[in-house]
Write a protein that binds this ligand. Sequence first.
Ligand code: SD4
Length: 326
Amino acid sequence: MSDRRRFLKTTALGAALGPSLLEGCAPADPRTPSVSVRPVALSTWEHGLGANAAAWDILSRGGGALDAVEAGVRVPEADPSVTTVGYGGFPDRFGKVTLDACIMDETGRCGSVAFLQEIKHPISVARRVMEETPHVMLVGQGALDFAVAQGFERENLLTPEAEAAWLQWKETNGETLPRINIENHDTIGMLTLDQAGNLAGACTTSGAAFKYHGRVGDSPLIGAGLYVDNEVGGATSTGWGEAVIRAVGCFLVVEFMRQGYSPAAACEMAVDRVISKNPDWRDIQVGFLALDKNGQHGSFCIAPGFNYAIYTPEMENRLFDSGSRL
Ligand code: SD4
């Protein structure tokens, strides 16, 4: 809008509302961000670098945020060296690899699967739930049946390395669960912003290593492990899912951004909420990662050690350390 048109609009509005109501109003059109970065791929942890690269292939050619985010997280899902996501993920206490994932697009559509076995790419099943069913979430055998009906192949996801780690855990630790993000790494949560200005998000994990059979964490839960609102921004989480669920963490981050807080401040405030709901917070890790509508990003976590990968036209796929409370 030209200065002259803005002046006319402001003065007309001023006449209607009276001068006192306009005092302190930002003169700029609120639809025009001051700094805008596009496209952006943002992912948790070092394995986010590979995910970002795959997403960038799509985003840099003008592709959509949803396609990019799905392609991105499929990289660690298929990588057996990533022992916390998809194929090669550490199993539960019965030696079963059970996967959780969800996906959300710029229109608010979302899809999710939980406690899914024998399918290498739960994120793609979650997308099919979103696109091919009237539902948001399918779990367990029902999710597997749906995946098979959709043409996904059943595979053994337990690698020899993951099986060996499970056998060793049974021998040496018995009932003890390794601490997420501290002793074992980690879920991929990813947010993308495309050239058209649309956001999408995905989160996929094998969950807590050696968890109870049937345990579902925050990662497939819309609002807990992932939330996207195209008017505001998106957030995803990593860490001890039970603590994130108690605070409905990612919805909270997005709501703080809606109130005007930066992505970094919103993540920090959400971490403080998690802390206030979890007396054992010093022994757990929770981290949030957020991307706003303008391509600005931020993160915060409880314990040092959480890092994330970002790819923008200016910053070509770089790793950053998150700020932390401890
Ligand atoms: C869970 N939040 O299942 C996931 C695990 C995770 O980084 O994020 N690890 O609780």
